[in-house]
Design a protein around this ligand. Structure first.
Ligand code: SF4
Ligand code: SF4
Length: 729
């Protein structure tokens, strides 16, 4: 990774009384160091990548503290790392993107939660849900319930988030339960400040290791019969201990309000959106004071039944503002309120409990992000029914006007505006391969394509529209196992090198080899887990290799052979490595793989460095050459507008954003012509496609020379003179 986090690392060094300014996820990172963690691990993914990226680069700081940082191979290995805290009094933290990462980690999580932990454990979970999310829309909450994990959902305000990190470790130790903290996209990126404390050097760490291992204790293994006792401990001791901690330390916030006969229970992470919505009704101010009493749940699992019932007691109606589906919190609150009523009904001493109307998903959307507008619509129904004395008319009119405006805009714009899906970066090495796949299918016929997670999934958008299914990160080869036998043509599986190391090697390659499957696997070897922020992987070309690369403009192709060696070592017999930008060669190799009589696993490695990383490396280098007055040559491609026939076949094969349209300069032609605009990085795909697909000969390649040598200036002067002489005056 060529991005530097030096500024962020400086923030992590702040001490007692200093003020931290910055993003939520960096504040959490600082809070981990203040909490005295001994080890940190994780697997990258939005919106929490920053945590691990910063820690990986903060080698000297973590070295001073004795904190071990591990960039884990996947979320399962990160969760398994937390096993250190089962026996030893060490605090550990890991991070990943949920729900996908939690799915991958589920086995280790269950086996961690069963024996429980001695040292505090915290998983910082990027809850990638709602607008802007990139994964399946499910809730991490289900895992907290099924494995008996603490789940914190702090109000996204930096001081609260930092406090909650420290409480999470302490609560984990008090209850022996591992803790998860879910952070939504906005919580990770919210900016603010908090007053720091010194970083804490852990008592047990890489600097002060333990002399002896813990004594053997079968009770700490997630094996029967220990597991039967663990289950009892969860119910009888751990959950009660966690609830005591929550109450004793006021982790959930109780806000009084003048409308005492109603109340709202809200997840901490949603509290700002709720307050903003109440503000629109004139029921809250800009400082977060609400006229309706609020119970803000900074800990959403476990709930404290007595706290919930006490909050609801004396109220006619309570609204639960809970994001996502199913509404686990609402269901649980309904149970507690029903039990309260049942208890009073059967008790002769206490008067019958007056009913409390419980609302939630009957008024709020069952699915999707709870943004301010969604909450306002729910609040409107609640207020009209239970706070009728408050005039909600202006908000009702505003919401109706917004709906009407949206309908009108949709009617006018939907037809006029094309969709703008995300796409490959300019010059991405993966784009040419999809051009080749399109061309190969013209020869062998359409094939079933098992796609995967990664930048290459952008090919599911136009102009490629390639990929029949995505079953998870690194799962493409495994996902075709049931499809291959029912297809006349071979199935093509596509995987990135990130996915290959994350899961694909074992779940896909090993299984295909073991079963002798007739399968074709295409691996993009671009050197990084690019889609999550270009983090390094085991096959990333080493820094030394980069420094030694004589021609820095050349892709680092003569680099790492770890993937090839691994595949060969495992027994893959049909293995080809093809440069990503060689479209014709890639097309021919794909055709061969789809038609060869060899019936085992066939692997094609598309080798070409991630263009984003390449540009990060090359641009400063070019700038330094220019600053020294040295000669620099940049390659650009262009379209001769007089030759272009306007059929746009090149665009349907490329999709590069810098290959676009402009008005036809010929007044007798109506079709716009293709043109290459400024951002072209000269990757060469335009030329390759023109040859491989036998397109019209309108593309040209130009070399832009900065700081030319004297003879180049002379040649340029002669050429200019000739052109002027040949052109009519
Ligand atoms: S980040 Fe790299 S691999 Fe991903 S689309 Fe951009 S250039 Fe391609
Ligand atoms: S050569 Fe073509 S595909 Fe490559 S960056 Fe330039 S316009 Fe885009």
């Amino acid at each position: 990774m060529e991005v530097s986090f030096q500024k962020e690392i400086e923030q992590l060094r702040l001490g007692d009384g200093d003020t931290f300014h910055g993003e939520g996820i960096l504040a959490i990172t600082k809070a981990l160091l203040q909490s005295g963690v001994s080890y940190i691990g994780g697997y990258q993914g939005a919106p929490v990548s920053h945590l691990l990226d910063v820690m990986v680069q903060a080698k000297s700081l973590v070295g001073e503290l004795g904190v071990h940082v591990e960039a884990c191979a996947n979320e399962a290995s990160a969760a398994a790392m937390l096993g250190a805290s089962i026996h030893y009094p060490v605090r550990g933290a890991v991070t990943w993107k949920s729900i996908v990462g939690t799915n991958v980690a589920a086995d280790a999580l269950a086996n961690l939660a069963s024996p429980g932990v001695t040292g505090g454990v915290l998983m910082v979970i990027g809850e990638d849900y709602g607008e802007g999310a990139s994964v399946v829309q499910e809730r991490t909450h289900a895992y907290a319930m099924k494995s008996t994990l603490l789940l914190l959902d702090p109000r996204p305000e930096l001081a609260t988030m930092v406090d909650m990190v420290e409480h999470a470790f302490a609560m984990s130790e008090a209850s022996n339960m591992p803790a998860m903290m879910e952070l939504r996209i906005r919580a990770c990126h919210v900016r603010g400040s908090f007053t720091c404390r010194d970083n804490r050097r852990p008592a047990v760490s890489a600097l002060s290791p333990l002399a002896e291992p813990g004594h053997f204790d079968y009770g700490r293994l997630a094996h029967p019969p220990s597991t039967f006792r663990h289950e009892k401990l969860k119910i009888d001791e751990r959950l009660p201990a966690a609830r005591r901690y929550i109450v004793d330390h006021d982790l959930n916030e109780l806000h009084e309000g003048k409308h005492q006969d109603v109340g709202i229970i809200v997840q901490g992470g949603i509290a700002p959106a709720l307050l903003r919505s109440l503000q629109q009704f004139g029921l809250a101010d800009a400082f977060g004071h609400s006229d309706i009493p609020l119970l803000v749940l900074n800990v959403t699992y476990p709930l404290v039944p007595e706290q919930v019932v006490a909050f609801a007691e004396g109220k006619r109606a309570v609204l639960v503002v809970e994001e996502g589906s199913p509404e686990y919190i609402e269901h649980e609150i309904a149970t507690h309120l029903r039990r309260r009523e049942a208890l009073r009904t059967t008790s002769t001493a206490a008067p019958a409990a007056p009913p409390i109307a419980l609302h939630g998903k009957d008024m709020l959307p069952a699915a999707g992000e709870l943004n301010t507008e969604a909450i306002m619509n729910g609040l409107l129904a609640f207020i009209e029914r239970h706070v009728p004395q408050h005039d909600a008319g202006p908000v009702a009119a505003m919401l109706a006007a917004t709906r009407e405006r949206r309908t009108r805009a949709a009617a006018q714009l939907d037809a006029a505006l094309p969709a703008r899906p995300p796409g490959f970066c300019i010059g991405c090495p993966e784009r040419p391969v999809f051009s080749a796949i399109k061309l190969a299918q013209q020869q062998v016929g359409p094939v079933h394509i098992a796609a995967d997670i990664g930048c290459h999934s952008f090919a599911t958008f136009e102009p490629f529209s390639i990929g029949h299914s995505i079953l998870g990160y690194g799962m493409s080869l495994a996902s075709r196992a049931g499809v291959s036998p029912i297809m006349q043509r071979r199935v093509l599986s596509i995987m990135g090198d990130g996915g290959f190391w994350h899961n694909g090697l074992l779940t896909g390659v090993q299984s295909a080899l073991f079963n002798g499957d007739d399968a074709v696997l295409l691996i993009f070897k671009n050197g990084y887990t690019s889609a999550t922020g270009t983090q390094d992987i085991i096959s990333t070309p080493g820094k030394r290799t980069k420094a030694q690369a004589g021609d820095k403009l050349a892709s680092l192709t003569a680099s790492d052979r770890t993937i090839e060696d691994t595949l060969a070592g495992l027994g893959v017999q049909w293995l080809r490595t093809v440069h990503s930008y060689r479209v014709a060669a890639m097309r021919d190799t794909l055709q061969e793989a789809m038609t060869t009589p060899f019936t085992g696993l066939k692997v094609i490695i598309a080798e070409g460095e991630c263009q984003l990383e390449r540009q990060r490396r090359v641009r400063p280098w070019l700038a330094s050459l220019l600053a020294r007055g040295e000669r620099v040559v940049r390659v650009k491609y262009g379209v001769d507008e007089d030759v272009c026939n306007g059929d746009h076949a090149c665009m349907r094969l490329s999709g590069c954003p810098t290959l676009t349209l402009k008005d036809n300069p010929d007044p007798l032609k109506v079709d716009p012509v293709a043109t290459v605009i400024d951002g072209c990085v000269g990757c060469g795909l335009c030329g390759e496609n023109a040859h491989a697909a036998t397109l019209c000969p309108s593309f040209y390649r130009a070399e832009v020379i900065q700081n030319p040598r004297w003879h180049e200036r002379a040649v340029d002067a002669v050429r200019g003179l000739m052109l002027r002489l040949l052109q009519p005056a």
